[in-house]
Design a protein around this ligand. Sequence first.
Ligand code: ZN
Length: 429
Amino acid sequence: MNRSFMPSISTEEELLALQLDGLRWTVRHSYQNSPFYRQRLQKANITPDDINSMDDLIRLPFTTADDLREGYPFPLRAAPFDQIVRIHASSGTTGKRKVLCYTQKDIDDWADMFARCYEMANLSQEDRVQIAVGYGLWTAGVGFQLGCERFGAMTVPVGPGNTEMHCEMLVDLQSTVFCATASMALLMGEEVQRRNLGDQIALTKVILGAERHSESMDRRIKELLAVDDVFDIPGLTELYGPGTGLDCGKHEGVHYWADYYILEIIDPDTFEPLEPGEMGEMVVTTLRKEGAPLIRYRTRDLTRLIPQPCSCGNPLPMHDRILGRSDDMFIVRAVNIYPGQIDHALSQVPEIGSEYQVHLERREDGRDYMILKVERRPRFDADQNKAIADRIARDIRQHILVSAEVEVLDHSALPRTERKSKRVFDHRG
Ligand code: ZN
C-alpha cells in the first residue's frame, strides 16, 4: 500500500476537535455563501460566531428534502457557478429531483472517502473491481469508479444489468471484487451457478450498495459467488454519494467517516437527540463540503449509533445497518413496522431464502391483515411448510408485536429483479 486514506486521529478528543473546527467552518461558509442557509440561520437567530462547542450543534435548524425541492434546481448552493464542476441528482419520491452541486474539492474529498472504503475492505492495488451499479446522473457508478482509481486498483466499469457481459468480464478479466446492489449480486450469483462458472471466476469480495438488504441476502450472495467477504457501503446523494462508510471485516457495524460529517440520531417524531444504541433517524452535518453543505440534514434513514468501539481497533465510530426509511414505515393495527425489522426476523430462519413479500389487506371485518410470502430453500421439503410458517409467525409476533399470516412458497416462486426489489404491497386502498 503506497498511501493510507484513514484519518490521522487516534482518540475521541482529536475527533471532536476536528469536528468542531469543521462545524464552525461549515456554518460560516454556509452563512456567507448560501442565501438559503443565511436566511434559515437568521430566522433561528444564529450567527457563525455563536458556534463555540459541539453542544451548539443542536441549536442549528434542520434541513430537509423539502428544502432541496424548493430550492430546485440548485438547492443549498454555497459556491459560485465558476467553482461548480459537477452536479449529481437523485430521484425525489415526489416531483422534482434533488440536484446537488460539487466543487473540485468536493469531488476530491469524495474520491478520498471512497478510496478509504476499499482500504477498509482490505483491497490491494492488485485488485480488479467490477462495477455493476448505474452510471449517469446518479452518484453510484462514478463514485465506485472514482474511489477505485484514487485507491489505485483496476476498474472494470460494466454498469448495471447485462449479466452476459458481467459473466464474460468475470471470467476473462478475472475480476476480484464485485460492486452491485444486493438484488444484482444475488442475480449474478444465481447466473454464475446456472452457467457453472464457479471454477472459472476469481471473485474474493462483494461490495453492496444503494439498496437496503438483509443479513440472509448477504449470506446467500457469499455462498453463491463463493467469496470470502460481503461488505455494506452506505451513502446518499445529498452526502456526496455512496462511500461515506463501510463495515470492516469484523462486521460489527458500519464505520462512518466522522472526520467528514457529524452523525446524529434523532427521534423522528419529537426531533430530540437519542442516546447511542437507540434507533432513530440519521441526521448529518458535513464538515468540509463546499458546493452544497449540509446542516443537520434529515436523511429519513433509520439506524442507531453503535455504543461500543469495534474490535478491529479502528477509532472511527460505527452506525448499524440501515433499517429502512422513516417514509417506508407502515402501520398494521396501530403498530409501526419498518421493513428492516421484517428482514431481520426472516434472516434468522435457516429454512427460507432471502426473497420475501409483505402484503397488507383490509378484510370484511374491517381489520388489517399482514400476509408474508417467503420461499422455502431447495434442500427443505414442502411437508415442512406448516412448521416453517408457524415458526415465522411466532417470531414476528414476538419481535414486532403483530400477527402475520405466512405463506411458504417453493424456491424461486417470487420475482427477481436487477433493480431494487419491491417488497411491501399495500392493498388497503
Ligand atoms: Zn471495525
